[in-house]
Design a protein around this ligand. Structure first.
Ligand code: ADP
Length: 431
């Protein structure tokens, strides 16, 4: 299967979100955790998405990592490159969106690209170059006080211009609303005027589809996961991609099942409350761990006799006042790192004891678990709830068991997500 699209995502859950969109539009997709070694086998997929952790590292490092990912994707055969960042354009005046995009353009020998973080389904829209989050400007949203990338200027043209050497321009909504041909004409006008970077307005999914269509010949496209809505159709029109009704097909995975919850977000709280009424629960006590208890071993010993087809729940999820008390005692980062390391050790122990199906709640927690399990690549399958698909790990060595993993960032999913996830997995295998 030829690789058609190669993507570079600046964080892990963003990469999954992108893969999920591509799969739903009929492209078989694999997420790679970091850039594979030069000699690594190329997974069988039409879209390969390299997940970096480059959103907030120094710009020069983000550029170097992104160029390495680009080189790997090109040798894997990718015909078009997508640089994926957050739908709230998370960045600072030092980068990293502008510097990475300029470096990718130079490496591809191209001189023009578009920027469209719009994601209407999640309330991110762009009008006159201004990014809205729900009903308010980006700078009036919670992103104003983000600890790492506070977004206080809602004009993406200005934000990006501060990060770029080349000139930044805008494709306004009056062009976007007229469809792909008008957008292409606007790109040509901007290019002729010396613009290298075009912010593109978008309010609805059909705008993103039209923008994708207008960018069919771009060497580099940049945006949020929404910009991927129109890309599979470009390949289909050229006869390179079939109807791919089986794009979400995963190999059937059986074996003991568990849910690991290390997220304290509101949605996860409700999900833990729902599952604890219906399944065995072990609660992680970070303060006991800090006092020297081997909590991971206790959890694994507890899980031993219960372990089977019915999922069990191991959770550190706690209400805000309890989390605050733990953080007061241990420090915020230390508490986080401690719980993540316990979760990672439990995941490793569960898999060593035969677990093959895991749901992990929490973005950082999922990152720690995937790293501890040594997972290098994930094939993306059916969506459980918006933004969260099932995935299956691609074994690195013959004989290594494949794992079914659903990695849920904090605020995603309905209250019954944890148990329903296993039904969705079973239904997919039954097809
Ligand atoms: P989310 O996606 O909801 O933000 P993350 O896993 O990214 O979830 O972040 C949650 C953080 O909170 C992790 O670092 C995790 O280890 C930490 N954590 C989880 N439970 C507790 C707890 N009971 N007390 C303190 N910190 C906790």
């Amino acid at each position: 299967m030829p690789v058609l699209l190669g993507a570079i995502a600046d964080d892990f859950t963003g990469a999954t979100d992108l893969c999920n969109t591509l799969v739903r539009r009929g492209m078989k997709s694999v997420q790679l955790i970091g850039t594979p070694a030069a000699a690594a086998a190329i997974p069988d997929a039409e879209a390969l998405v390299v997940a970096l952790k480059s959103r907030t590292i120094p710009a020069a490092e983000a550029v170097a990592q992104s160029l390495a990912a680009l080189a790997w994707l090109k040798q894997a055969g990718a015909r078009q490159i997508l640089f994926k960042y957050c739908s709230t354009f998370d960045s600072t005046d030092a980068g990293n969106i502008g510097p990475v995009a300029e470096a990718l353009l130079a490496a591809l020998g191209a001189d023009f690209t578009l920027y469209c973080p719009a994601f209407p389904e999640a309330g991110r829209t762009i009008f006159k170059g201004y990014l809205f989050v729900g009903d308010v400007l980006l700078s009036e949203s919670g992103m104003r006080d983000h600890p790492l990338t506070p977004m206080r200027d809602p004009s993406l043209v200005r934000v990006l211009q501060r990060q770029c050497r080349g000139k930044v321009g805008l494709v306004p909504y009056r062009d976007v609303a007229q469809g792909a041909a008008a957008i292409e004409a606007a790109f040509a006008r901007l290019r002729a005027a010396g613009v290298r970077h075009a912010i593109v307005d978008a309010i609805e999914d059909r705008d993103l589809e039209a923008i994708g269509s207008a960018a069919a010949d771009f060497a580099l496209i940049t945006g949020g996961s929404g910009i991927a809505l129109g890309l599979p159709e470009n390949f289909r029109r050229r006869g390179l991609l079939g109807d791919a009704s089986d794009a979400a097909a995963l190999p059937a995975i059986d074996g003991p099942a568990a849910v690991l919850s290390g997220s304290c977000s509101t949605a996860t709280q409700a999900q833990v409350a729902h599952m604890r009424e219906r399944a065995p629960l072990f609660t992680i006590d970070p303060l006991a761990a800090a006092r020297g208890h081997d909590v991971a071993r206790e959890a694994l010993a507890w899980a031993g006799p219960l372990f089977g087809d019915k999922p069990l729940l191991i959770s550190a999820t706690a209400p805000p006042e309890q989390v605050a008390a733990v953080q007061d005692k241990l420090g915020r980062e230390q508490a986080g790192a401690l719980v993540e390391s316990i979760m990672a050790e439990i995941a490793r122990g569960l898999v060593a004891n035969g677990a093959r199906r895991l749901v992990v709640a929490g973005g950082e927690t999922a990152g720690a678990v995937v790293q501890a399990l040594g997972v290098g690549a994930l094939r993306i399958g059916r969506q459980i709830d918006p933004g969260v698909p099932w995935t299956v790990s691609l074994p690195r060595r013959p004989g290594e068991p494949a794992l079914a993993l659903a990695l849920k960032s904090g605020n995603f999913g309905a209250p019954d997500f944890f148990l329903r996830a296993f039904d969705v997995l079973a239904e997919g295998a039954a097809r």
